[in-house]
Design a protein around this ligand. Structure first.
Ligand code: GDP
Ligand code: MG
Length: 597
């Protein structure tokens, strides 16, 4: 295909605004997929992605379109991950295309993820086509939403296309706009090969399948290629395009998007954003802006049943095959036994992996409180990355601690603004910006990531009745008064409950934790002190009073069945107990204690 007849684009949208449905309609209207093979949300491959309506890996589809001018075009759609956790992946796939459809639900308006994604598109110099979706609904308000796009995003929305991805109205106009308003790619077929590694996924039959965008040169089967960042070399054994199923082609030239396989063993060997060139005739400079993605949120994953440790190892290793941004190392905890300390790109990433282990591998998990990566500066001048609060070095050797900060953007209807400001303030936030657009406010806060990883999103949803949208990016590290808080039960430290907290908030957190544990730990034959401490200093304390162990003592009279039931319950509960010195703590207590509210 000549470059002038190729259009590469992505779709940016807030979740639920209709990105997947629109992609389905574009595929359907162009007969890319036979009617009988058409299923909903064609591009969201994994079940879990379908259910949650999120995309984690970039997916792509090549669409052949005969325009109204009679010309044949090739349209390549890259469906980028829509969530902030995968911001780097999004920015790379944006650089693989020249334009974007900006889909906004015309019954809702611009939301936080619309903004985050559209800024990425603008940064990648995209031509944008605003699409106002869901016009079949009575609440659709085209004028208001078009105005909002102009006010909030600052782009011309006069040519916005009214669409119903549900009924198919406006789809033809959208295809024509792609052809006429998006620029064709540029590139030189005779120059040395320069291709971008957009994403990769593991296929059990083919090994690693690499999604590529060719900038210059031509790629063919049998070619010897080099990854410029990793230095690794491979021979291409398959080359093709997605329609959306894999279809082999002879070669890929400038402006084209497709896949290669090259006997690559694991996704870890491929780096999103790397430049692929020929070994024999390499290009001079790699594509700019490569940076590896690093995990920012860590937590421990432990099997509820310690007999399942090996199955958990197996599950984690398999998942890591397909996800280079997920890291893990073995961890053992007195409270929870053997498990893994795992690193993730963000909270959603964590949830997705945890869900997949529980569902696809059928392992019940205990997840410890998520913690961010702290930079601990020692008095000797060295710096340690702290992934687990339990490993915090002795304070006498520590000079200071830095924590990651984020820039959070929140869009919220005016009436809930006060609650949102209060929530951000309570989480040590610093207000950066506050603007109004229509009946909505947009607030920007500088917040510590540590205050957001717990339950910020849930709290935000509850104080705004679900009407706020939220997005964030990590801005850097800053020093603050951060200390490790330990929990001691009957004078024994319980490592699984250690956490990093801000000094000013330590008492409050400590008190809450002790109160909670007092309710969660069953009484013993002796008195049990429950304490929170920083260094050697106790900052909160509760005492669980002693009790006779015979649980049936509670029943007066002779109700035998009730007595029996209680004894059975006690027996079942025993299985899931952990021993701390003389104290037995039910596993459930850890899980509940780590849930902050
Ligand atoms: P995504 O999260 O942006 O991929 O959104 P989806 O494509 O999954 O759509 C979210 C929901 O909106 C689904 O229930 C769709 O059926 C519905 N939806 C999408 N487009 C339209 C539309 O044009 N009209 C109506 N009424 N519903 C739509
Ligand atoms: Mg979707």
């Amino acid at each position: 295909t000549p470059l002038s007849h190729i259009r590469n684009f992505s779709i940016v949208a807030h979740i639920d605004h209709g990105k997947s449905t629109l992609a389905d309609r574009l595929i359907q209207m162009t007969d890319t997929v036979a009617e009988r093979d058409m299923k909903e949300q064609l591009l969201d491959a994994m079940d879990i992605e379908r259910e949650r309506g999120i995309t984690i890996k970039a997916n792509t589809v090549r669409i052949d379109y005969t325009a109204e001018n009679g010309e044949q075009y090739v349209l390549n759609l890259i469906d980028t991950p829509g969530h902030v956790d995968f911001a780097y992946e999004v920015s790379r796939s944006m650089r693989a295309v020249e334009g974007s459809l900006l889909v906004v639900d015309s019954t809702q308006g611009v939301e936080a993820q619309t903004l985050a994604n559209v800024y990425q598109a603008i940064e990648a110099d995209h031509e944008l086509i605003p699409v106002l979706n869901k016009i079949d609904l009575p609440a659709s308000d085209l004028d208001r939403v078009a105005e909002q796009i102009e006010d909030v995003i600052g782009i011309d929305a006069s040519g916005a296309i009214p669409v119903s991805a549900k009924t198919g109205q406006g789809i033809r106009e959208t295809l024509e706009a792609i052809v006429h308003h998006l620029p064709a790619p540029t590139g030189d077929a005779s120059a040395p090969l320069k291709a971008m590694l957009v994403d990769s996924k593991y296929d059990p039959y083919l090994g690693v399948v690499v999604l590529v965008r060719i900038m210059d040169g031509v790629m063919k089967k049998g070619d010897k290629i080099r990854m410029m960042q990793t230095g690794a070399t491979y021979g291409i054994d398959r080359i093709g395009v997605f329609r959306p199923e894999m279809t082999v082609v002879d070669e890929l030239g400038p402006g084209e998007i497709g896949f290669i396989t090259a006997s690559i063993k694991q996704v870890r060997d491929t780096r999103v954003g790397d430049t692929i060139t020929h070994e024999k005739r390499p290009c001079e400079t790699p594509l700019p802006g490569f940076k590896p993605s690093v995990p920012v949120v860590f937590c421990g994953l432990f099997p509820v049943d310690s007999a399942e440790f090996e199955s958990l190892r197996d599950a984690i290793e398999k998942l890591a095959l397909n996800d280079a941004s997920f890291s893990f190392e073995m961890e053992s905890s007195a409270a929870l036994g053997f498990g893994f300390r795992c690193g993730f790109l963000g909270l959603l990433h964590l949830e997705v992996i945890r869900d997949r282990i529980e569902r696809e591998y059928d392992i019940d998990l205990i997840t410890t409180a998520p913690s961010v990566v702290y930079h601990v500066y020692m008095k000797d001048g060295s710096m340690q990355e702290l992934h687990n609060p339990a490993d915090m070095p002795d304070l006498t050797y520590v000079d200071h601690v830095e924590e990651p900060r984020i820039k959070a953007t929140i869009l919220v209807p005016d009436e809930y603004l006060g609650d949102v400001l209060k929530l951000c303030q309570d989480r040590r936030g610093i207000q950066m910006d506050l603007t109004y657009a229509g009946a909505r406010a947009m607030v920007v806060y500088d917040l510590p990531l540590n205050e957001v990883v717990f339950d910020f999103y849930d709290r935000l949803k509850s104080v705004t009745k679900g009407y706020a949208s939220f997005d964030y990016e990590i801005t850097g590290y800053r020093q603050d008064n951060l200390v490790k808080m330990q929990v001691l039960v009957n004078d024994e430290p319980v490592d699984a409950l250690s956490m990093m907290v801000h000094r000013d908030r330590a008492e409050m957190r400590g008190r809450a934790m002790c109160e909670k544990l007092k309710e969660l730990i069953p009484r013993h034959m002796f008195k049990i002190p429950i304490q929170a401490a920083i260094g050697g200093k106790v900052i909160a304390r509760e005492t669980l009073s002693a009790m006779r162990k015979d649980v049936t003592a509670k029943c007066y009279g002779g109700d035998v069945t009730r007595k029996k039931k209680l004894l059975e319950k006690q027996k079942a509960g025993k299985k899931k107990m952990r021993q701390f010195g003389k104290v037995e703590i039910p596993q459930q207590a850890f899980i509940s204690a780590l849930k902050m509210d």
